[in-house]
Structures are given as structure tokens and as C-alpha cells.
Design a protein around this ligand. Structure first.
Ligand SMILES: C[S@@+](CC[C@H](N)C(=O)[O-])C[C@H]1O[C@@H](n2cnc3c(N)ncnc32)[C@H](O)[C@@H]1O
Length: 490
């Protein structure tokens, strides 16, 4: 049911009968100082205004508390100081505060039933204000939207309300447009990158900005990233801007449309390759060795054992914060320290030849100095990638089985990749519960998992990022055929 309340703007008019004193224009500042505390004090209203009768004068509007024309509410001492500057002429002054003056909160309080929580705050995505109107206030949704729209011009151009819960696999809520422009296409900025999106067609959550930044801070220039559930690119685009190469995938064709637009407007087209398929198929596709490449001499495989000391601190001790129960660690700095160690290795290897000269395009694994390169020519993901992003918290862990037997040992170069798998953990569950599910999917034990808490999404449910290095047991050995053992987990 909708109460089709016509918003009668006249109803919000309030007339104030006040007093003012006429003062010479040049004394405005001095008199304002002397009458401090006795002038009209209302947000967005100036207490000193032009005198309609004489342009040499101005009017100092007095506080609502001052109602006597002899100004007896103002201390004698202050009046004496004013009188030393000019003669005091008191005149009546009336002021009408209308609909345009009042804030959304004030107006909605008068419209909505007493005692209800007034929905005057909202989230925004670009020019779109996103309301989440509770059941009780649904009959008032149109009038609420109109007030929010009117009061937030020109920043807000469209007001929408979320309808029902998200059930589709693209994680896009259903919205109804209640006020303003009918388009939900908008643009947002995050850490220097611009993102175009249609809020009604693709997933977007501004509250993930810090998490996007945190994860990208673990990547280094030249890293190869696989983003299995990329949306419109909030990880992919800034990572590419940082100098990473990104294989970026999403099942939603609209997300990929906007990802491509965002690659263009952020000028990172040659560093991102977009895919529109199921995440599992995407991972299989990018590690498939192209015909021709498989006839080449398989590279010498770097010993994974040698890289096991990633989390070893400078004095040689294992960098364990001791904050875990069991083997789960709650400290993402471990990922960062391992990444920075590797960063130091790469920059020295990549940037200089033995005689100290820079070498363009010299590689270890896929590492290559940028400059005229593009992702196609610079990266061979069947040989190496550094990080995998899996931001589909409701079910990303169920996709981990794809890594069991995914990369072929005979082609792989360097360290195995970091996997960053987002998940929800309920109050009744522990990190170990989630870890057990992940290990079952991988059919391998995860060493030194790092759990990073992102935010509470409900009273008993929080979003986490589980980061770990892909266990070497996940390698496809030379005698195995690809994906033979990739059972899905229940
Ligand atoms: C939670 S959103 C994350 C988007 C983006 N990474 C971000 O941080 O804003 C999850 C994305 O996964 C996509 N998705 C859902 N199921 C998928 C699947 N089976 N394969 C690939 N993408 C999928 C959805 O379309 C959605 O864009």
C-alpha cells in the first residue's frame, strides 16, 4: 500500500517575528563582534542583511530571545558600547523559513508517524542515493524519496530503494527508482581510478574500498593477477594502474561491458584482459598451454622448497604473531612481508644486468619491465601468476577445488601463487571451520593461512579474506592429466 501523500511545501513555512537594529554599513563587523551571542543564530541564515530602505545601512537581526524594543535582554554594558559607535534604531523584522530552508530530517519528522526512525541518511553510489526503507515506512516511500531528492541537489540525481533480498548469481540487488532521473548509470572514484557502472545491472559496494586498497597494497609492479570474480574492476583497474598485469573475469556480461569501459577511461587496456565466463572455466582456460608452446622445451622448475622461508623475519625466526588458536593466523602483514621480500628480489633481478645496466623485458617467470608490452605478450599464466582474487564471499571457497591439479609442474616457474579467498564466517563457526572446507576442496593442507577480518555484514556474520600460498600438493605432476582429480566439494 502506498500513501500517496502530496508534499504540500506551504505546510513547512514558519514565520519568525524578530527585531533588528539599523547600523551603518561600515560598522557591520564591529557591531557583529559586540553583539556576539545576541544576534540571530540559525544555520544557513546570515544575521546581517541589506537594509531595503537605505543602501548605506544594514540590518543586524537579533536573536529570537530578544522581544523587547528597549533591548532589555541585552546587558547595558554591551548596549553602551554599541551606542558609542552609532545611534540604536530598533525596527521589527519578520522572516519566513520555508520548505527550502529545512533539512530532510526536520521535514520527514513532520510527515512520518511519530516514533518511527526517520530515514534521512542513505548510501550513495555516484549520483544515486540508495535507500533501504523498512516495511513499516514503505507506504511513505515516494514522499521520503522526494524529500531526499529535493534536499540533496545537485549531488543526488536519482533515489532508489532496494526491493527484496539478492537472489541472483550476479549479486545485483533489485531496485525501484522512486525519484529523479530514471537512469542508474553513474560514475564513482576510488583511489584515483574512475569507475562507470549501472547500479541496476552490476555489483558495486562502496564499503569495500578499504579492502580493495589493502589487497592491492600487497601486489607489486609486474605481478600477474587473476581476478576470478572481478565485477567492474575495483581490484583489476587500480592493480593495473600500479603496474600489474590482470586476467579479469566475471560471469555477468554487463560487468564485463563496464570493466572494458573502465579499462579504457583509466588507460590500462593493455594491462588487463577481460573474460566473461564461469570462474572455474576461466582458471582452466588461462593455464591451458597453447599449441606450439607445449612443444617447447619445458622450463627448469624452481624448487618450491627454497621459497618456504617467505614468512621468516629478518633475524631468521618465524614471523608468527602467536595470536592464533591452532594454525590460523589473524595477521595480513604476513602476506605483505612475504610480498615485499619477493618485491626486493624481483626489482634487483629485473632492473639490472650483471654490469648494472637496465635490461628491458628481462624476465623471471612472467616478470617483465613495462614499456610497449601488453598482457598478451608479457604473460604466460600457465608458467606463472602471483595472486588470485576470489571475491564472491558466499561461495568462493567452493571454487577452490579448481586449483587441485590446475598448474602443470613442468611448465611452472617460480613461487606458487597467493590465493585470496573471501568468505563469510558466522559467530557459530571458527576460522578452522572455514579452513577445513578450503583444505577439503584443495585436497591439500594449507600452511600458515592468514585471516583478515573485513567487516560485519550482520550481527552474527562477518566477511573475511583467507590468504594463503597455493600448496605444492596442488601441482599437476607430469604423469597426471589435467583436472582428473577436480571433484567438487559438497
Ligand atoms: C561480490 S561481487 C565482487 C565484484 C568485485 N570483485 C568487487 O570487489 O566489487 C562477485 C562477482 O562475482 C560474479 N560471479 C558470480 N558467480 C560467478 C561465477 N560462477 N563465475 C564468475 N563470476 C561470478 C558476479 O557477477 C559479481 O560481479
Amino acid at each position: 500500500m502506498s500513501v500517496d501523500l502530496e508534499l504540500d511545501e506551504k505546510k513547512f513555512e514558519q514565520k519568525l517575528d524578530l527585531l533588528a537594529i539599523r547600523i551603518p554599513r561600515e560598522l557591520s563587523s564591529s557591531i557583529t563582534r559586540l553583539l556576539n551571542g545576541y544576534l540571530l543564530d540559525k544555520p544557513r541564515i546570515k544575521p546581517i542583511v541589506e537594509d531595503p530602505e537605505c543602501e548605506k545601512n544594514r540590518l543586524a537581526i537579533l536573536s529570537e530571545r530578544i522581544q523587547s524594543t528597549d533591548l532589555s535582554e541585552i546587558p547595558e554594558q554591551i548596549l553602551e558600547s554599541v551606542k558609542k559607535l552609532c545611534e540604536i534604531e530598533v525596527i521589527p523584522h519578520s522572516l519566513t523559513l520555508g520548505y527550502s530552508y529545512w533539512g530532510a530530517d526536520h521535514i520527514l519528522k513532520q510527515i512520518l508517524p511519530p516514533g518511527v526512525e526517520v530515514p534521512s541518511s542513505f548510501e550513495t553510489t555516484g549520483h544515486v542515493a540508495h535507500l533501504n526503507i523498512c516495511e513499516e515506512l514503505l507506504p511513505y516511500k515516494n514522499v521520503i524519496a522526494k524529500v531526499i531528492y529535493d534536499k540533496n541537489q545537485p549531488r543526488i540525481q536519482t533515489v532508489v530503494n532496494k526491493v527484496g533480498t539478492i537472489t541472483n548469481e550476479f549479486r545485483v540487488p533489485t531496485f525501484e527508482i522512486l525519484a529523479g532521473k530514471k537512469s542508474m548509470e553513474t560514475e564513482v572514484k576510488q583511489y584515483g581510478a574512475r569507475f562507470k557502472l549501472d547500479y541496476g545491472l552490476v555489483y558495486w559496494n562502496s564499503r569495500l574500498e578499504h579492502e580493495h586498497i589493502r589487497l592491492i597494497s600487497l601486489f607489486k609492479k609486474g605481478d600477474v593477477i587473476c581476478d576470478m570474480f572481478c565485477g567492474i574492476g575495483p581490484f583489476a583497474i587500480p592493480a593495473a594502474q600500479k603496474g600489474c598485469f590482470v586476467f579479469s573475469n566475471d560471469l555477468n556480461p554487463d560487468s564485463i561491458e563496464y570493466l572494458k569501459i573502465n579499462m579504457k577511461i583509466n588507460k590500462v587496456e593493455q594491462f588487463v584482459k577481460a573474460y566473461n565466463m564461469d570462474a572455474r572455466e576461466f582458471m582452466k582456460e588461462i593455464v591451458e598451454v597453447p599449441p606450439g608452446e607445449d612443444k617447447m622445451e619445458p622450463p627448469v622448475v624452481t624448487s618450491i622448497e627454497e621459497d618456504k622461508d617467505d614468512f621468516t623475519s629478518e633475524n631468521g625466526s618465524t614471523n608468527d604473531t602467536g595470536g592464533s588458536n591452532g594454525k590460523c593466523v589473524d595477521d595480513s602483514t604476513k602476506v605483505a612481508s612475504a610480498a615485499s621480500k619477493r618485491r626486493a628480489e624481483i626489482s634487483s633481478e629485473e632492473c639490472c644486468s650483471t654490469d648494472g645496466e637496465p635490461i628491458k623485458g628481462k624476465r623471471k617467470g612472467n616478470k617483465r619491465i613495462r614499456g610497449g608490452v601488453n598482457i598478451e605478450s608479457a604473460c604466460k599464466p600457465w608458467e606463472h601468476f602471483d595472486h588470485v582474487i576470489m571475491n564472491l564471499p558466499a561461495s568462493a571457497v567452493d571454487f577452490l577445488d579448481v586449483f587441485n591439479g590446475l598448474v602443470q609442474k613442468k611448465y611452472w616457474k617460480g613461487d606458487l601463487p597467493w590465493i585470496h579467498c573471501y568468505c563469510f564466517i558466522r559467530a557459530s563457526e571458527s576460522n578452522e571451520t572455514l579452513l577445513a572446507v578450503a583444505e577439503k576442496a584443495l585436497k591439500a593442507e594449507i600452511e600458515e593461512p592468514v585471516f583478515h577480518r573485513i567487516r560485519d555484514v550482520a550481527p552474527n556474520k562477518a566477511m573475511f579474506c583467507l590468504s594463503f600460498r597455493l600448496p605444492k600438493e596442488c601441482f599437476q605432476e607430469d604423469n597426471q592429466s589435467a583436472f582428473a582429480s577436480g571433484d567438487s566439494i559438497s
